[in-house]
Write a protein that binds this ligand. Structure first.
Ligand code: UT7
Length: 354
């Protein structure tokens, strides 16, 4: 069969050829050869809520919640514990551990899906509150993978020279966006903030990130209705809803290979790890991933979910801070961190613990 020739587009009217004015080079930045997490901090809201209290309004039981999620208690934010206030407390802890002056922070990244303003972002106000007044500051929305995305951005900035130090905060007040009577989310979501200062390092402190997304499953964890629909159809407060089983299967079968790829990219094996710090989504997911990865007995697995619940973007830094504070992992040890959630989106990297 003869090849059909594509119809030719009509010739464009001739325009004078435009030439760039300058042909010389422009300056490019170069930063530190390596970047590392230099300090972490955390804030857990004062009020601790157990499963019995959750079941005062939710049709569930303490036993079911423990067995299906591993959650025993969680922290729920109250007055004086806004997204900004929790972030500030966590950031101060991270800055103190890093031993830097807040003015040295050139960029503040807040990972959150529960900052209650469409605009402006939480980050500029946080930057001012911590004394990094002129830092570049913006929020990122990658849900439970947000902190690990932020670590990637910060690490790349330090190495390219866009900032000497960067602050990454994962923070959520999920209780504001959770329906206390929804059996799929009410017992799982919780509040808190975790932060990390990332800066220059003489040795590799943050391995290559394996990250990605699956927009075909955009709706499996989502705000129930768009703000426009809420306004136009009087739909009431749009809480976050989740197709639990779909997310569960994706997390268990999809995320262990991502974790393995992060180890491969870092050039280490699972035996080299001191800690595994996955997103604290569900204790059964954590256990299933550890099993699939054939996690050696001596690797400490973060199980912060039992007393912290699922705090989305805050969960990895909260769990990291606890392992360090309780002396369960060595300073300078290697940890594999992995965030995954709404989007769907995910990011994993091997880091050297501060
Ligand atoms: O952070 C972002 C990423 N999120 C996640 O990774 C979460 C992933 N999903 C999960 O963790 C789990 O799907 C949940 C913990 C949310 C739910 O656990 P599940 O084992 O998937 O429960 P299910 O939906 O399969 O329900 C099992 C049974 C059903 O009863 P039958 O049909 O077996 O008789 C439900 O009706 O449990 C029932 N059920 C409940 N019972 C008591 C569902 N929700 C509840 C509840 N309390 N809250």
């Amino acid at each position: 069969m003869p090849l059909r020739r594509k119809k030719q587009a009509p010739a464009a009217p001739s325009t004078p050829e435009l030439k760039p004015k300058g042909t010389g080079s422009i300056a490019t930045l170069t930063g530190s050869r390596h970047a590392a997490i230099l300090g972490v901090g955390a804030y857990r809201p004062r009020r601790i809520v157990d499963n019995h209290e959750i079941c005062e309004v939710l049709d569930s039981s303490d036993q079911w919640i423990r067995e299906r999620s591993g959650i025993v208690t969680r922290h729920i934010a109250g007055e004086g514990e806004s997204v900004i206030e929790m972030s500030e407390a966590a950031a101060k802890g991270a800055i103190e551990m890093a031993g830097i002056d807040p003015e040295q922070i050139g960029c503040v990244i807040v990972a959150t899906v529960t900052h209650a303003y469409q605009t402006p972002a939480a980050a500029p106000l946080l930057a001012m509150r911590i004394g990094a007044d002129t830092a570049a500051a913006f929020d990122i929305s990658a849900a439970c993978a947000g902190y690990c995305h932020g670590v990637t951005l910060a690490s790349d900035m330090i190495r390219s020279g866009s900032a000497e130090y960067a602050l990454v905060v994962g923070v959520e007040r999920l209780s504001d966006f959770t329906d206390p009577t929804d059996r799929g989310t009410a017992f799982i979501f919780a509040d808190g903030a975790g932060a990390a200062v990332i800066g220059p390092s003489e040795t590799e402190g943050i391995g290559p990130t394996i990250w990605g997304s699956d927009g075909a499953h955009w709706d499996v964890i989502a705000q129930r209705d768009s703000w426009i629909d809420v306004r136009d159809h009087d739909l009431g407060w749009p809480t976050i809803v989740m197709q639990g089983q779909t997310v569960f299967r994706w997390a268990v079968w999809g995320m262990a290979p991502v974790a393995q790829r992060a180890l491969d990219a870092a050039g280490i094996t699972i035996e080299d790890l001191d800690a595994f710090i996955p997103h604290q989504a569900n204790m059964r997911i954590i256990d299933a991933m550890a099993k699939q990865l054939k996690m050696p007995e001596d690797v400490v697995i973060a199980r912060d979910i039992a007393t912290t619940g699922n705090t989305s973007a805050a969960s990895v830094p909260l769990a990291t801070e606890r392992l360090l504070r309780e002396g369960l992992v060595p300073r300078g040890g290697l940890a594999l961190q992995l965030g995954f959630g709404a989007g769907l989106s995910y990011a994993a990297q091997v880091i050297r613990l501060p």
